[in-house]
Design a protein around this ligand. Sequence first.
Ligand SMILES: NC(=O)c1ccc[n+]([C@@H]2O[C@H](COP(=O)([O-])OP(=O)(O)OC[C@H]3O[C@@H](n4cnc5c(N)ncnc54)[C@H](OP(=O)(O)O)[C@@H]3O)[C@@H](O)[C@H]2O)c1
Length: 488
Amino acid sequence: MKKNFIHPYNIIIFGAKGDLACRKLIPALFQLEKKNFLHKNTKIIGVGRAIWNYYEYVNIIFNTLKNFYKKPIRKDIWNIFKYRLSFCNLDVCNTNQFFILKKMLYHELNDNIYYFAIPPNTFANICKGLGKINLNTIPNKIIVEKPIGTSLQSSKLINNQLKKYFQEEQIFRIDHYLGKETILNLLTLRFSNFLFYNNWDHTTIDHVQIIISETIGIEGRWGYFDQIGQMRDMVQNHLLQILSIIAMDPPKKIDFHHIKKEKIKVLQSLRKIDIHNIHTNTVKGQYAEGVINGKTVPSYIKEIGSKKYSNTETFVSIKAYIDNERWNNVPFYLKTGKRLYDKKSEIIIYFKKVPTKLFDNIKYNHYSNKLKVKLQPNEGIEIEFLNKVPDINSTFKSKPTILQFNYKNSFKKNISEAYERLLLESMKNNQSLFVSQNEIEVSWKWIDSIIQAWDKNNMKPELYNAGTWGPESCIQMIEKNKHHWDHH
Ligand SMILES: NC(=O)c1ccc[n+]([C@@H]2O[C@H](COP(=O)([O-])OP(=O)(O)OC[C@H]3O[C@@H](n4cnc5c(N)ncnc54)[C@H](OP(=O)(O)O)[C@@H]3O)[C@@H](O)[C@H]2O)c1
């Protein structure tokens, strides 16, 4: 077994009964237990308004693991894990009740990690409550989830509330995409391989596509989602994080400050989208009824809990430009939506076409090499390039062929889940995989301008049938530039 080197912590999960805690955090902590990354004195304290005793909570966590931990639950691991658990009945809106939590933590010498797996409108109260019991000082830390706010103004407000009680070095803002092995590998891919290092700008790259598509709909969270929409839920964070890593200049060092500095430069250079270019550079969509995996699914406005009418987008596509020397006029096409044809997260880099037409092969005279980074599923990388079709006659007929890398075959091991890595990094006090306040604010500034332009132009979402790749205009937007979406 690996040496247990992590400091002992109390990991306090506010919102212990919620979706995030059950689907992601508990399975990730169990996996860290299995890998022997939790100190023997580490405790996990769930917080919520439920009234559960120890035995009820342990039972609930066991069932949670049965539902969401994708591997068999090893009995020996469970027998260690269950003794770390306890539950604190606490309504965070009542800051006087935080003394109950203090009592539970009092006899422990551990530092505290507070995970805010709870709606953002409770953050201010939690900070206040923790301040009241004097458990907000260094080395205690908080982990907060995206989206931080719904606009530049509201994200500033939330950050100010956090900063009243915690210093920047104590705040870990999660965008779980940054915990993905495949995203981290972008740094190695770009900056360790001369092949890519030297071919990564407007002279060699024609355009970039970043696609995060889901087949699921709203999953019973209509009320929440309708206030937010796909732009705030997915583009402001995941897509812009991916874009900034793909587009940034080499950082001086692979550490938090240097990477953050380069990412911010990219976000600041994004060409503004406002009322003048909103129609040519964005598509806003909403799903209508359709068929997914052979099953008919309802339209967005017929989902459970919906109102009869909504202007909220379940689909966004953007043609973005980065106005700096490296990316001069290279389009970055972003696309994300719910109830689409397939579930995948991919980055596709299209290289320029060769300037000569040496081969008498009309079909591929306009061919672009493709580098595809598959973030999920089937994580890996593919390079598509032309090869001569074998033939005894020297005809030089060519065909696109694919060179493939995938983790399972090359490393013979499974890659870690994002939340597992991010929880571990927070325990190591390493902020490099977390998002800074500046990054969030610069992204909101760009997103706010688009949303304001949608509102000013009273832009309604264009309907698309569930089970397709989105609205027609999304295809037209890219085809205007003589490009095509990478769908098979
Ligand atoms: N779900 C995801 O995959 C996901 C992904 C990224 C980000 N997030 C973010 O993570 C946060 C939580 O999301 P979620 O989906 O887990 O929400 P959720 O399923 O609604 O769970 C929120 C939990 O907060 C607790 N809570 C609410 N008010 C409380 C109060 N006054 N005192 C104590 N507990 C209270 C509720 O527990 P009780 O009712 O038992 O008190 C509930 O279990 C949100 O900010 C969301 O934007 C979620």
